[in-house]
Ligand binder design. Structure first.
Ligand code: NI
Length: 398
């Protein structure tokens, strides 16, 4: 028998509301859409919001939506709840009755759950409003790290003083919540380096400036950034994932290229790793009589949960699920999450929401068999709605 939902969660939803949310999640799951292509998803989410009586809905970032739920008082700071809505280019292998109908596209990161629980939080806040206004943000293109900056550029979060969001997490059981202050996800910057030398015959290296040897030295030396320059107590990654050079065994090429990813969990360590990659590329190039062009493309920033926002989310979790529900990530998470663009500007807390149950396969996100437990829908909807109420009350007192 499946364990029942905790009372404080179950009693917040009528049977028909629970059915509505599960059906919403399954219909999104059945028709997953890739980043920036979420048009059916947007239409389906708009319909779901209208079904629960939320009518003040605006489009944002092209394929996203912002729904406005009035508080009990007019004016003052607003609070936002964000659910991301895009899917991944993965072919589903769960065999579920509501499996993806779109070949090669799957909600393998649980964004169908996130979108449905954001609507669920809206439903709860419409029934029992916060002091101030709450915006339900349904955000496209998280997987590309592009949706959040578009939403901010659109001004959809103007007047918002706190923001909450969450992600399904198969490492935690349904009913467990991580809402910790400080680093929660890593920055995801990319580097591309071209080493320019002088090509020639493979038999006469003395007439060339060999960019392959220089690049090989760089790939080796770049490993010393994390081991020798970064504080060992801080997590960081510099990975070279691509090397391209040469066209024949007996030709020394003119150029050699490499590319990789840089991950850090604080703004300071992020800046250090990026600066050091660039410095080392120029230094190693000079030693080998090469020049280097270095391009660092900024991805998502490190996701830093605010101290106040995390405390509000913890309060909400405690009220609904008890102290024992609050868990911590055992180790830093080096994945990225574009919610970080919001927490750079707005006090926020991004939570991990337990979505595994005893007896279920432990298949992680971004795999073809990913299948979170649907009870996580109700837990997250209630925790997010209550976090918004707690935050809104505190912001209006201040
Ligand atoms: Ni995700």
């Amino acid at each position: 028998m499946t364990p029942a939902l905790p009372d404080r969660i179950a009693t917040q939803f009528t049977d028909s509301e629970r059915t509505l949310l599960v059906e919403l999640r399954r219909s999104l799951h059945r028709r997953p859409e890739l980043s920036w292509k979420e048009t059916q998803t947007q239409a389906r989410l708009r319909e779901a919001l209208m079904d629960i009586g939320i009518t003040d809905i605006r489009e944002t970032a092209g394929t996203g939506l912002v729904a406005h739920i009035p508080g009990t008082q007019r004016g003052g700071p607003a609070v936002a709840i964000r659910g991301d809505i895009d899917a991944l280019p993965i072919h589903e292998e769960t065999g579920l009755p509501f499996a993806s109908m779109h070949a090669g596209v799957m909600h393998a990161c649980g964004h169908d759950m996130h979108a449905a629980w954001a609507v669920g939080a809206g439903l709860l806040l419409a029934k029992q409003p916060a002091v101030g206004d709450v915006r339900i943000l349904l955000q496209p293109a998280e997987e590309l790290g592009e949706g959040a900056p578009r939403v901010l550029a659109d001004g959809a979060l103007e007047g918002v003083a706190a923001i909450f969001g969450g992600h399904v997490d198969w490492r935690f059981t349904v009913g467990e919540v991580v809402a910790t202050p400080g680093p929660l996800a890593a920055s995801t910057d990319t580097f591309e380096i071209t080493f320019h030398g002088k090509g020639g015959h493979g038999a006469r290296p003395q007439d060339t400036h060999d960019p392959i040897v220089g690049m090989a030295a760089f790939v080796s030396d770049v490993q010393t950034i994390v081991s020798r320059r970064l504080d060992p107590a801080l997590p960081g990654v510099v990975t070279v994932g691509m090397l391209h050079a040469g066209s024949a065994p007996n030709v020394i090429p003119e150029i050699a290229k490499c590319a990789g990813t840089i991950r850090a969990t604080t703004p300071e360590s992020r800046a250090l790793l990026c600066t050091e990659v660039e410095r080392l590329a120029h230094g190693v190039a000079a030693v080998h009589r090469l020049t280097a062009t270095v391009q660092i493309t900024q991805g998502t920033p490190p996701l830093m949960n605010g101290a106040r926002a995390a405390a509000w989310a913890q309060d909400a979790t405690r009220q609904l699920l008890g102290e024992s529900a609050l868990r911590k990530l055992p180790l830093a998470n080096m994945g990225g999450e574009d919610f970080a663009f919001y927490t750079e500007r707005i006090e926020g807390c991004f939570m991990r929401i337990g979505s595994w149950r005893e007896g279920r396969e432990r298949s992680g996100v971004h795999t073809p068999r990913f299948n979170p437990d649907e009870d996580a829908l109700f837990i997250a909807a209630a925790v997010l709605a209550e976090s918004a109420r707690v935050a809104s009350a505190a912001l209006h007192l201040a």
